[in-house]
Design a protein around this ligand. Structure first.
Ligand SMILES: [Zn+2]
Length: 260
């Protein structure tokens, strides 16, 4: 059982578009050093986003990449795109606090299909404030649903959270939120399909992991319509995890595609 969870954590490290999900979920917390040889990185001070590219040769893309994430989603002209072909099924509740974010690992069998290519949903995790911004404004939170194809290609669906009424889907996860780092817990099931906004319009662009090593070639889908969470829910996350958003990166010559 431990082995399976450990491998899932390594997979999360390798694929994550996410804050700390790219940080070794089951390695000791960076401050404690330990068996993980990746340099410590974080969101403030010397190890913060401005210095990620200098912390390790492996993190070079963080400063030299030309297709980095997150970005500001503006009012770019839109092109026609196909709707998102998602098939999300219920999973066992498996919530991890990796010291940097709260991540819900997902059982096999839930997919996103792009041009006939299947991406498997591995996990979703949280950032506060949002990493992507819309016309320069951040939302209180953003959720990243991380998918990986057999060939290793990544696709991440981003969903903004605005402050509003309590979100029952989040309430179930927050109830299982481990306060101890590197601890996985959970009871019952969840289906992330219940969390998505009813309007499936999205912005699509080619970007990167938003955490070291900032690897590029990540197919991003940022949903237009935010979902809601209560002020208390947002505060509970921040109280445990603290701010974990990389600043927006230059668009350079990338084009955005908008599916209305
Ligand atoms: Zn993320």
């Amino acid at each position: 059982m431990y082995q399976r969870i450990f491998l899932a954590a390594v997979a999360a490290v390798l694929i994550s578009g996410g804050a700390y999900a790219a940080d070794p979920a089951h390695a000791p917390a960076p401050a404690h050093g330990g068996g993980d040889h990746k340099p410590h990185w974080g969101y403030i001070g010397e190890a913060g986003p401005a210095n990620w590219g200098d912390l390790s040769g492996d993190y070079h893309a963080c400063k030299a990449g030309q297709s980095q994430s997150p970005i500001d989603i503006g009012n770019a002209p839109h092109q026609d795109a196909k709707p998102l072909a998602i098939s999300y099924k219920p999973t066992r509740m498996r919530v991890v606090n990796n010291g940097h974010t709260i991540q819900a690992n997902y059982d096999a069998g839930s997919t996103l299909t792009l041009d006939g290519k299947q991406f498997n949903l591995l996990q979703f995790h949280f950032h506060s404030p949002s990493e992507h911004t819309r016309e320069k404004s951040a939302f209180p939170m953003e959720v990243h649903l991380v998918h990986k194809a057999e060939d290793g290609t990544l696709a991440v669906v981003g969903v903004f959270i605005k402050q509003g009424k309590e979100n029952p889907f989040l309430a179930a996860i927050w109830k299982n939120m481990p306060t101890e780092v590197d601890h996985e817990q959970g009871e019952g099931n969840l289906n992330v399909a219940d969390f998505l906004p009813s309007n499936k319009a999205f912005w699509n662009y080619s970007g990167s992991l938003t955490t070291p090593p900032c690897s590029e070639g990540v197919n991003w889908f940022v949903m237009d319509q935010p979902v809601e969470a209560s002020e208390a829910q947002i505060k509970k996350f921040l109280g445990l995890v603290h701010e974990n958003a990389r600043p927006v990166q230059p668009l350079h010559d990338r084009k955005l595609i908008h599916r209305k």
